[in-house]
Design a protein around this ligand. Structure first.
Ligand SMILES: C[S@@+](CC[C@H](N)C(=O)[O-])C[C@H]1O[C@@H](n2cnc3c(N)ncnc32)[C@H](O)[C@@H]1O
Length: 267
């Protein structure tokens, strides 16, 4: 299902509707390649926060070992639901939500009995106060134009005191070329330029979108969404990880952060 044209990469404004449409199309077309390239690293039932390989089994950002049993957990932008399968093995009751039908078909292929929901993170199809916890490993948040809308939805479906933990590309990466080698080590753009990264077709329609927020923007968004920031984790590149993942590599990972994980609690 790969596309038969070479998209043009640019920086331009784009709103929620266009971003959502582009993400659905891109992830439907690229889910097969994503899962075949990264599936082994992700594992069928591990909870990996990003390309550094930080594992929730070690990080315990959702709560201490043993505390997830019996909790209702929403995973947003779940892809093939690897993290949800790990949560189920801890005794939690996860629901895996994703915008992409093809990603969820991979969840079905891998198996397990985690409920799958095809929906946009900006409009969550759940009643108020349905979950104890929400989490997302690089799902949805980097791809939406209005993250506060997503955070407010997450807040709505969480019970009081519920945790919301999500990882995104570390904002500092936006100042550097997205290259794993030495060319990815020199600042090439303004960190302060929030103009989205857009790949578009010949008609100028977005086919892939990523949105940049500075670290300060992200903190303000979390607060505006009705959360308290409890921790901000910047995983260091571990010695065991020799794998490149797009622009993430041991070379760059040893020098600059690649992932930011926001640990938040519902006010
Ligand atoms: C980088 S993948 C991460 C998937 C999974 N969490 C993992 O670690 O492999 C991003 C996922 O977010 C999903 N996504 C993007 N925009 C979304 C949105 N607005 N609502 C829900 N899911 C979205 C994509 O379909 C994709 O599966």
């Amino acid at each position: 299902m790969s596309q038969d044209f070479e998209p043009e990469a640019t920086r331009r404004s784009t709103g929620d509707a266009e971003s959502s449409r582009a993400s659905r199309g891109w992830w439907d077309r690229n889910a097969d390649e994503y899962q075949s390239e990264h599936g082994t690293f992700l594992g069928d039932d591990r909870f990996v926060w990003g390309p550094e390989g930080l594992d929730e089994a070690d990080a315990a950002l959702l709560g201490p070992a043993g505390s997830l049993k019996g909790l209702d957990v929403l995973e947003i932008g779940a892809g093939a639901a690897q993290c949800s399968r790990w949560l189920a093995a801890q005794g939690a009751r996860p629901v895996a939500l994703d915008l992409s039908h093809r990603q969820l078909q991979h969840a079905l292929r891998i198996g397990g009995d985690v409920p799958l929901v095809e929906a946009d993170a900006g409009v969550l199809p759940f009643r108020d106060g349905s979950f104890d916890l929400a989490c997302s490993a690089y799902g949805a948040v980097p791809f939406v134009a209005d993250p506060v809308r997503v955070f407010r939805e997450v807040r709505r479906v969480l019970r009081p005191g519920g945790r919301w933990v999500f990882s995104v590309t570390h904002p500092i990466r936006w100042a550097f070329p997205d290259e794993p080698g030495p060319e990815g080590l020199s600042v090439a753009a303004s960190y302060f330029d929030r103009t989205p990264y857009v790949e578009q077709d010949e008609e100028g329609r977005a086919v892939y979108v990523e949105h940049h927020r500075t670290l300060g923007d992200r903190v303000r968004d979390v607060v505006a969404g009705g959360f308290r920031l409890v921790d901000l984790v910047e995983p260091e590149w571990p010695a065991w990880n020799s794998q490149e993942w797009g622009g993430w590599s041991p070379l760059r990972g040893n020098l600059i952060p690649g992932t930011a994980i926001f640990v938040c609690e519902r006010d």
